[in-house]
Every structure is written in C-alpha cells, then in structure tokens.
Design a protein around this ligand. Structure first.
Ligand code: 13P
Length: 250
C-alpha cells in the first residue's frame, strides 16, 4: 500500500512570522490527518526555522531545489549535503518553474535527482506538459522524455524511494486543475513506464498530482487509483486549506 503524501511547495513566499503561524496551524491539525504523510518545502533561508518548529513532529520537510554539485565554487547555490545538516527528508527537482524560468534541461534535472540521492535525500521529480504540448497531443511523449532522462542516468532502482509529481504546467497557479481522469491517465502512463522496467518498483513509487489542487477538488483527485497525493502550491500557504486537502486523502 502506498501511503499518500501531501506536500506543500511554498515557492518564494512567507516571512519568519508568517511561517511560524503556518507551521503552528499545521502542527495542531496534523494528528487529525495522520493517515497521510505531510511535508513542507520552504525557501532555503527558512530551513532552520522549519527544522526547529517541526523536529519531533510527524511532518517532514525539504527544499524546492538543490545544486547538482556537492560543494565548490558555485556562487548562490545550495548543495545536498547542506540540506542534510537541516535533516531534510525530500527535495523537489525539475519543477516546471525551474525548467522554464531558470533553463533547467532534462539532463540538469537528472543530475540534480542524482545529487539528491547521493546526499541521502528523497527526490520529488516533477514532470508535466505545457498547454501547447497538451493541445498538440504530445503529453505522454513529453512526460516520457522527462522521465527517461532520469532513468538513463540513475536506473529504475532509484525510484524505489523517490517520488514523482505530475504537474501539468497549464494547471499550475491558474485555478484550472486537471480533471481527475486527465490526471489519472497520465499517472497510469507514468506507472506503466516504470512497470516496463520493474513492476515491483512501479507499484511502490508514489506519484503526486500538482496544479491548482485545493480542498474543493482534492477528494476526487485523491480517489483515483494512481494518484498518491498532492504537490500543493498556493493552497499550502494556509494551514486550514492544506490540512483539508490532507483530510481528503485520509
Ligand atoms: P498551485 O497549487 O499554486 O497551482 O501550484 C502547484 C505547484 O506548482 C506545486 O509545485
């Protein structure tokens, strides 16, 4: 059985004060959604605060990005081993905002995935098509290409404890979520690609949906057989809404 994971990608939002309040709310409500694993992804600079607030709770944390390198002259970058100092469990790699705004290629994303694993972190690999790609009917080809870059470098075994997040770009921050069936179709496709290589790993890998997920649409998305949780952006910035999404997955 795959335990559902509801992960909050805070993106570049929050302040020390707002994060203290948000985490307090999540901590208070976590027991009521214990059937689901919770994780939060703050901006790097708040990692110490998050660790301090969440240590000893069942809530996990991680970051939204990492360097593909382990150390060295890479001004402005943050390396996997540094994240381990703050006891991160996960790290997001290949978010569409990183791919489009910061030019991260499939190969860079694959190297970041490898760097995360090398540091002992569980990568959450984001994949997903743009609206133009969906309209051209190449959704599966795009997702397969993004997945294959990582499989080529790291192999199927690397997915045993990794997480995949399907995030259609046209659904991110737009208020327009994929329908449960649209998401399920791509999730099933991703799992079938993994199963071609190793059915056991495929049956264990959690595949999250991301893109305008909120309390009002979470239950029907999370009811689909291959949707194992959510990677939530905007709706993760309010404890009540984030917990309501998790509740829908219990
Ligand atoms: P929204 O939930 O704000 O659409 O963002 C989704 C996302 O990008 C999570 O990584």
């Amino acid at each position: 059985m795959r335990r559902k994971l509801v992960a909050g990608n805070w993106k570049m939002n929050g302040s020390a004060d707002s994060i203290r309040g948000l985490l307090q709310g999540i901590r208070e409500g976590a027991a009521a959604v214990a059937g689901v694993e919770l994780a939060v992804f703050p901006p790097f600079v708040y990692l110490g605060l998050v660790e301090q607030q969440l240590s000893g709770t069942p809530i996990a944390w991680g970051t939204q990005n990492l360097s593909e390198h382990a150390a060295g002259a890479y001004t402005g970058e943050v390396a996997g081993p540094m994240l381990c100092d703050f006891h991160c469990a996960y790290v997001i790699v290949g978010h569409s905002e990183r791919r489009t705004l910061y030019g991260e290629s499939d190969q860079i994303v694959a190297r970041k995935f490898a760097a995360a694993r090398k540091a002992g972190l569980k990568p959450i690999l984001c994949v997903g098509e743009t609206l133009a790609e969906r309209e051209q009917g190449v959704t599966e080809a795009v997702v397969e290409r993004q997945l294959e870059a990582v499989l080529d470098l790291e192999g199927i075994g690397a997915f045993a404890d990794a997480v995949i997040a399907y995030e259609p770009v046209w659904a991110i921050g737009t208020g327009r979520n994929a329908t449960p069936q649209q998401a399920q179709d791509v999730h099933a496709f991703i799992r079938s690609k993994l199963a071609d290589l190793d059915p056991t790993v495929a049956s264990q890998t959690r595949i999250l949906y991301g893109g305008s997920m909120k309390a009002a649409n979470a239950a029907e998305l999370l009811a689909m057989p291959d949707i194992d949780g959510g990677l939530v952006g905007g709706a993760s910035l309010e404890a009540k809404e984030f917990l309501a999404i998790a509740k829908a997955g219990c």
